[in-house]
Ligand binder design. Structure first.
Ligand SMILES: Nc1ncnc2c1ncn2[C@@H]1O[C@H](COP(=O)(O)OP(=O)(O)O)[C@@H](O)[C@H]1O
Ligand SMILES: [Mg+2]
Length: 308
């Protein structure tokens, strides 16, 4: 069994996965999607995955896709789509990754599926974005402006009514790519504020932690600290619903406590979730749980489909 670990950076996560694969008698080989090619003269399937010769991997785990031009990212995702079309289990599938990387698509799908999430807008019209900010501001709300493809809490900005004062929309060109992705700000329910990160593997929520910080952006990369948290049935149900909605094999779900009629709101579904912080406060080996789910559920299902 040879598994391609698609990663633009190798490190703790890829080492954890390689060790877990080894423990199951499989080999994990790191591959950068940037180096994968389409070459229709190379073999029947037309894909070249470095390190796999003329063969295809038996399975793929996606750990990172580097940013690039629209064309480069299209090709990188295209390789993942092609692997699925060629019958290789891809853990998380490219479709699921696309849905979760696009924050506006995540918001729309969660909303349409009835998964509680804050009110959200995405518009290319500056005039429309200003109208939304004015309307929300008049109703006493702040809004979070986020880069559509953002991660690790980078580039988030509060606009609208913040601490009683109006904050206008900044220029959308550049960091925001000419798109206003706006989400109603959910005020902290405790002091210091926190959110939950719940990990779902194979449809089941398996672990939770709190990310706590004085700043309203509770990402570990922004200095939040991880604390153990009980995985309550309500958190588990919500996280599992969010992962199912986006078609994720595994996902890290960001959940905020809220004062309104929905006491828990899903903010984000991470399809290439990191788990180093969560592992520190979790009693079982997360990489092993991921590999077990890949081999025992996804690969077993693919083998069953081939036999049928
Ligand atoms: N609507 C919101 N209300 C309150 N806090 C928010 C809101 N959106 C984001 N945050 C804070 O910012 C963090 C990062 O936002 P998120 O949407 O998860 O983007 P990223 O991909 O950068 O993690 C969240 O974990 C949360 O702490
Ligand atoms: Mg997040």
């Amino acid at each position: 069994m040879r598994v391609a670990l698609m990663a633009d950076e190798t490190g703790w996560h890829t080492r954890q996965l390689q060790a877990a694969l080894r423990a199951r008698g499989a080999v994990g080989r790191c591959v950068d999607l940037e180096d994968c090619r389409i070459d229709t003269t190379a073999g029947w399937h037309g894909l070249v995955i470095p390190g796999f010769g003329r063969e295809l991997p038996d399975a793929v785990i996606v750990r990172g896709i580097a940013g690039g031009s629209f064309e480069q990212v299209t090709k990188r995702l295209g390789v993942l789509h092609a692997l699925r079309e060629l019958g290789v289990p891809v853990y998380n599938d490219a479709r699921a990754i696309e849905r979760s990387v696009d924050k506006s698509m995540t918001s729309l799908l969660l909303h349409a599926a009835g998964v509680p999430t804050p009110p959200t807008w995405a518009t290319e019209s500056v005039a429309e974005a200003r109208r939304i900010v004015m309307r929300e501001q008049a109703a006493g709300h702040a809004l979070v402006l986020k880069p559509l493809f953002g991660s690790q809490g980078k580039g988030l900005r509060l606009v609208g009514r913040v601490d009683g004062k109006p904050h206008p929309l900044p220029a959308l060109k550049g960091a925001y790519g000419g798109l206003a992705y706006l989400q109603r700000f959910v005020p902290a329910a405790a002091e210091p504020g926190f959110d939950w990160r719940v990990l779902v593997i194979g449809g089941r929520a398996v672990a939770a932690m709190k990310r706590v910080s004085r700043h309203w952006v509770h990402n570990v990369a922004q200095g939040a600290r991880c604390e153990p948290a009980e995985l309550t049935p309500a958190l588990a149900r919500l996280a599992e619903g969010a992962a199912r909605t986006l078609g994720m094999d595994y996902a890290g779900i960001d959940i905020l406590p809220a004062a309104g009629e929905a006491p828990l709101l899903v903010l984000e579904v991470n399809g290439v979730a990191a788990w180093q912080g969560l592992q520190r406060v979790t009693p079982f080996n997360i990489a092993r749980a991921l590999v077990d789910d890949l081999l025992d559920r996804r690969c077993a299902a693919a083998a069953g489909a081939r036999r049928a």
